[in-house]
Design a protein around this ligand. Structure first.
Ligand code: URA
Length: 252
């Protein structure tokens, strides 16, 4: 890969600024100044420094956000001028190509993944893979055992088919958790309406293998560790294997 391309991607510079930094001697490769923008570097084995600091190349970026209320899950909202989840990124963090993996309603809080890895993002959202999402909810009116059972079995929310079976656990008269393995527009809001109730608050506490940990407060954002990225890839792979298995043994 060309050095200016490496630097532009890894240090969030324009190609022009990257080439300028290289030509002016601010860049070293493996301990030696390199002044040629089109010099070739291997992202896996060469060590690139800018102003004496290492510049690490990652093909893709993954950030976990605790979305606060009032922030919208889109890349930009020119129309309404509202704050988007990308506005939560600290200054200086490369935003190029990052997008939220799925959506949470404006008033829903909780875990949201931002990535520029289109393939993984798509796989995590694909209806064929049914990656689990868990939410803590509070509703306006007490939920009966019949309501809980109906939500678990699947309710009519005006789509072609009822919602898929899911798990609802109550931890109070008006609160509990729900684990979904699909993601229809406003799904939980519409499910609660189907049992004549209303969402008061909703927080996504788990997305596949990623959980909302204590201390990770609304508005916070952090990169995923390599281990967490691996967990996401494993989650996708295991769903694919399950799909293959059920295609080969449809009766199972
Ligand atoms: N279901 C909803 O109704 N809203 C969300 O934000 C997520 C799931």
């Amino acid at each position: 890969m060309r050095l200016d391309k490496y630097l532009a991607h890894a240090a969030n510079l324009s190609r022009k600024d990257a080439a300028g930094a290289i030509r002016s001697g601010q860049v070293q490769v493996n301990g030696r100044p390199e002044r040629t923008p089109d010099a070739q570097v291997d992202p896996d084995s060469d060590r690139v420094f800018l102003h004496g600091l290492p510049v690490l190349y990652k093909a893709f970026h993954y950030y976990l956000v605790h979305k606060p209320r009032g922030v919208v899950s889109v890349t930009e909202d020119r129309l309404h001028g509202e704050k988007t989840v990308l506005d939560l990124l600290p200054d200086g963090v490369p935003r190029r190509n990052l997008f939220p993996c799925g959506r949470l309603d404006k008033n829903t809080t909780g875990l949201l993944l931002l990535t520029d890895d289109g393939r993984t993002g798509h796989a995590l959202l694909s209806p064929a893979r049914h990656v689990e999402k868990e939410y803590a909810f509070e509703v306006k009116f007490p939920l009966s055992e019949e309501d809980r059972a109906a939500l678990c079995a699947g309710v009519d929310i005006g789509e072609e088919k009822p919602t898929r079976p899911c798990t609802v656990t109550l931890n109070g008269e008006r609160s509990g958790t729900i684990v979904l393995n699909e993601g229809k527009y406003h799904q939980i809001k519409r499910m609660m309406e189907a049992v004549h109730n209303q969402i008061v608050s909703l927080c996504r506490i788990r997305f596949g293998p990623l959980c909302l940990e204590p201390g990770f407060e609304p508005g916070m954002i952090r990169p995923l560790s390599d281990f967490e990225v691996e967990m996401l890839q494993n989650c996708i792979r295991s769903k694919e294997e399950k799909n293959d298995e059920s295609q080969n043994h449809p009766g199972k």
